[in-house]
Design a protein around this ligand. Structure first.
Ligand code: AKG
Length: 214
C-alpha cells in the first residue's frame, strides 16, 4: 500500500529513509511525486560495455549524490541473485560525535561537483557540510583534503557508525534524504538470467529543511 504524505515525511524526518513495497513502477512514481519534482531518472544496472561505477557490479562506499538533489528514490525492478545490499549511514548521528573545530573545518571544505550531478548554472564545488546538507563521496575528495584531520575524523566517524543494511525485493521502493543520509551498496552477482535493476529518481523539494543546527 502506498504511504500517505504524512507517513512518508514522518519516516524521513525520524530516520532519514523509508523503505516499503509499492508494487508497480506507476505506484512508485506516485510516491516520488509526493516528495517533489523528479529531475533525473537513471537505470542502475550492470552494463559490461560501460566503465562507470554505477554500471558495474562493484561495491560502492557510502556517499551522497548531487548536492542539488534533496531526495533519492530507487524502485527495485529486479534484485540481484547475490549481494547488492543497500548501505545507509545517517550523518546527523555522525556529526554529533565530531569535535566542533572539525565541523567548522568541514563547512569550509569544498568538494567538486561532477558535471553529471549539476546543471550548467550550478556551482562546480559545494561545501562538505552546510546548513542544509552533507555532500560527500570518497572518490571526489582530493588528496590534500583527505589528509585534513577533520576529514580523517569524519571518515572514522562514518566507519564507527552502525550502517543500515537493506536487501531490496522486487516491487520495493527505498527513499532517502540525500541531504542527511550517505548511501552505498555491497558488490553483487547477476546469475541465472536474473540481472539487478534499480530505477533511480533524483528529486528536488521546496519544503523548508535544516541539517546543521548550530
Ligand atoms: O546500486 C545501488 O544500490 C546504489 C547505487 C548508487 O550509489 C546510486 O544510485 O547513486
Amino acid at each position: 500500500m502506498i504511504k500517505t504524505e504524512t507517513e512518508l515525511f514522518a519516516e524521513l524526518t525520524a530516520g532519514g529513509y523509508s523503505v516499503g513495497t509499492v508494487g508497480n513502477y506507476e505506484h512508485f512514481c506516485a510516491l516520488a511525486d509526493i516528495l517533489g519534482r523528479t529531475t533525473t531518472i537513471s537505470e542502475i544496472c550492470r552494463d559490461k560495455r560501460r566503465k562507470h561505477m554505477l554500471k558495474s557490479n562493484r561495491a560502492m562506499t557510502p556517499h551522497t549524490d548531487s548536492p542539488y538533489v534533496d531526495f533519492i528514490a530507487w524502485y527495485c525492478a529486479r534484485p540481484s541473485s547475490q549481494g547488492g545490499e543497500s548501505l545507509l549511514v545517517d550523518v546527523s548521528a555522525v556529526i554529533n560525535t565530531l569535535r566542533r573545530d572539525h565541523v567548522i573545518a568541514l563547512q569550509a571544505t569544498a568538494i567538486r561537483v561532477p558535471d553529471v550531478a549539476k546543471s550548467s548554472s550550478q556551482p562546480a564545488t559545494h561545501a562538505l557540510l552546510s546548513t542544509d546538507r552533507v555532500y560527500y563521496a570518497d572518490w571526489l575528495v582530493p588528496a590534500h583534503v583527505a589528509a585534513m584531520p577533520a576529514l580523517r575524523a569524519f571518515r572514522q566517524a562514518v566507519r564507527n557508525t552502525a550502517w543500515i543494511r537493506l536487501s531490496l525485493r522486487a516491487g520495493q521502493a527505498l527513499i532517502i534524504d540525500n541531504r542527511r543520509i550517505l548511501h552505498g551498496r555491497t558488490s553483487f552477482q547477476d546469475s541465472g538470467g536474473q540481472s539487478r535493476l534499480l530505477i533511480r529518481h533524483w528529486i528536488v523539494s521546496d519544503r523548508p529543511h535544516r541539517f546543521l543546527h548550530n
